[in-house]
Design a protein around this ligand. Structure first.
Ligand SMILES: [Zn+2]
Length: 62
């Protein structure tokens, strides 16, 4: 995935504004769409959580 950083507000709860953020994708809620941006620390946290999710779903090697 090509990373394209812009300056903006992080949407993932850290509350930082005016920082380098990357577009993660559209958030769909109640028929509306919003662009979700994440700063680097939040992106790293999200990646770690996604990785843990993938590992959990991977069938155990027997
Ligand atoms: Zn953040």
């Amino acid at each position: 995935m090509a990373e394209h950083w812009v300056t903006g507000d992080c949407w993932l709860g850290c509350g930082r504004t005016g920082v380098p953020v990357i577009w993660l994708g559209p958030l769909q809620w109640d028929g509306q769409h919003a662009p979700v941006y994440s700063c680097r620390p939040c992106l790293d946290r999200l990646k770690a959580q996604a990785l843990a999710y993938f590992m959990e779903r991977r069938p155990a090697a027997v």
